[in-house]
Design a protein around this ligand. Structure first.
Ligand code: PGA
Length: 240
């Protein structure tokens, strides 16, 4: 794993953008695996600014997102589909039909997972962006998720519900379950770009880079990937 330590969040985002731009320039039809959460927002801002200033085109770019809450429609303000439009897609020239995310409203969860797995089988990510949870989760793959997992429905842990409740009016409004790509779907990406900032991620970053490769720390599976780049700020790198 390549590790890049930056002074702060803005430098982390700028460095991540450099790598992302390289992928988009090398292949204007690239498949970008994208993530939600606070961490990648700076990367997305850089992509939007560059698109406006330099005209980098996303017209033929395709995307796959990691996860989506079960029970939230795509137009719900807290859905991840909405997050992606607000923070990225609406400001680029990307075509909506080229963006993919699980359907949180699917009435048959098993067939929705099968649909998404088939889609991913035919769309290897040229790069997969990831954040990391303070417990070492990636996407909604919580500790104990098998490394061989593919898209599935997870019951969210109390700690994840608490963490994510900051974006909802009331904790009772946070969905109890979600669709998520599995670890195997993530590992199929040609390149992984994992970002982390802040002291609350230091233990997880240690587990990702130096800890034992174990299903107890889902991110540790990335030690087995042959092109994984971690970009983190000094606070998140404190234990390396
Ligand atoms: P965050 O979430 O970017 O909001 O910190 C990361 C994660 O839980 O994967």
């Amino acid at each position: 794993m390549k590790v890049i330590v930056t002074k702060n969040y803005d430098e982390m985002s700028a460095k991540a953008f450099e790598i992302m731009l390289g992928v988009v320039k090398a292949n204007p039809r690239a498949v970008l695996g994208l993530a939600t959460g606070s961490t990648p927002i700076g990367l997305y801002r850089n992509m939007v600014r560059d698109h406006k200033e330099n005209g980098t085109s996303y017209r033929e770019i395709r995307t796959v997102n990691l996860d989506e809450y079960a029970g939230l429609p795509a137009d719900h303000a807290q859905s991840y589909a909405h997050f992606m439009r607000e923070n990225l897609f609406d400001m680029l020239d990307i075509r909506k039909e080229n963006t993919n995310i699980e359907n949180g409203m699917a009435s048959d969860a098993a067939s929705e997972c099968a649909r998404y797995n088939a889609l991913l089988d035919g769309m290897q990510q040229d790069v997969q962006v990831l954040g990391i949870g303070s417990n070492g989760h990636i996407a909604f793959n919580e500790p104990g998720t098998p490394f061989g997992s593919v898209t599935h429905v997870v019951e969210l842990t109390e700690s994840t519900i608490r963490d994510n409740s900051r974006l909802f009016d009331r904790i009772e409004d946070v969905p109890r379950s979600a669709f998520t790509m599995g670890l195997k779907n993530i590992m199929q990406a040609k390149k992984i770009l994992i970002l982390a900032n802040g002291a609350n991620k230091a233990d997880a970053v240690y587990g990702l880079v130096k800890g034992e490769v174990t299903e107890k720390v889902p991110a540790s599976v990335l030690q087995l990937h042959n092109d994984c780049v971690l970009i983190c700020d000094e606070a998140a790198a404190a234990r390396l």
